[in-house]
Design a protein around this ligand. Structure first.
Ligand SMILES: [Zn+2]
Length: 253
């Protein structure tokens, strides 16, 4: 009797559990009524990194093994001669961003594509590397429908921990090609009462450590590395840029 009941349950499960996901991904609070209408989720933002290592080969090893500081990975790596390597599929969660936030996004790894660029931060990015990056950004934004403005640096989302891709990364050149955010039009002094912290929050910067956020802003928008300066603060040009960045874009005519 016991055996026939087991068989019956097994047969019922074969019929009814065909679309069931692994038990670990099912919510015990809910009844499983599967729909066939789904596909892998798409990322919505791109995070750029500098490898800060000696060579692309060293980074390929680091990004594919259990290295000293724990397992890390990225979707892409761009060598300094412009070669593009893919290490993780676009629809999978790679381990490149870690703790940090951008706007309301608190788990960047779950919603982003991570691109490592072979650069040790103290050197200029190479021309073939930047051309390859722009080709890859064009492909990702087109194919995955990631808004072109949604391209940030690792240090933007994790300013207390990270400095990559560093102050030598040419964000303005990316902006000229349509990627990331850059102030447009003539820069003017903001009106009285302008709050730069509201502007920083509107752009996306996490503000738990305000000096760290200022240092990240300087790396990104001023090409300047303040080191670990705990007193880093905005100057008049920062305020003009912040005002322009936080202003809504003019409506198309
Ligand atoms: Zn990084």
């Amino acid at each position: 009797m016991r055996q026939s009941l087991t068989l019956l349950l097994f047969a019922a499960c074969l019929a009814g559990c065909a679309h069931a996901p692994p038990a670990s991904t099912r919510n015990p609070l809910a009844e499983w009524v599967p729909s066939p209408n789904y596909e892998p989720r798409r990322p919505v933002i791109i995070v750029l990194h500098a490898t800060e290592q000696a060579s692309a080969q060293q980074s390929l090893d680091t990004l594919r093994t259990a290295n000293r500081g724990g397992k890390v990975s990225a979707h892409y790596l761009i060598g300094d001669e412009g070669r593009i390597y893919q290490l993780v599929a676009d629809d999978q969660r790679a381990w490149h961003a870690g703790a940090g936030s951008w706007g309301t996004i608190t788990d960047l790894n779950s919603v982003s594509i991570g691109i490592e660029i072979d650069n040790d931060i103290g050197e200029a990015y190479t021309e073939p590397q930047l051309e390859a990056l722009l080709r890859l950004l064009e492909d990702l934004s087109t194919r995955l429908h990631i808004p072109k403005s949604q391209v940030i640096g690792h240090s933007d989302m994790a300013p207390t921990r990270k400095r990559d891709p560093g102050s030598l990364f040419p964000w303005q050149r990316l902006a000229d090609a349509g990627f990331g955010r850059w102030p447009r039009g003539p820069l003017v002094d903001p009106p009285a009462g302008f709050d730069p912290w509201l502007a920083m929050a509107a752009i996306g910067y996490p503000l738990k450590d305000r000096a760290a956020a200022v240092r990240a802003f300087h790396r990104h928008y001023r090409g300047r590395d303040d080191g670990g300066d705990p007193q880093a603060s905005f100057d008049a040009q920062d305020l003009r840029m912040l005002h322009a960045l936080a202003m809504p874009a003019p409506l198309p005519r």
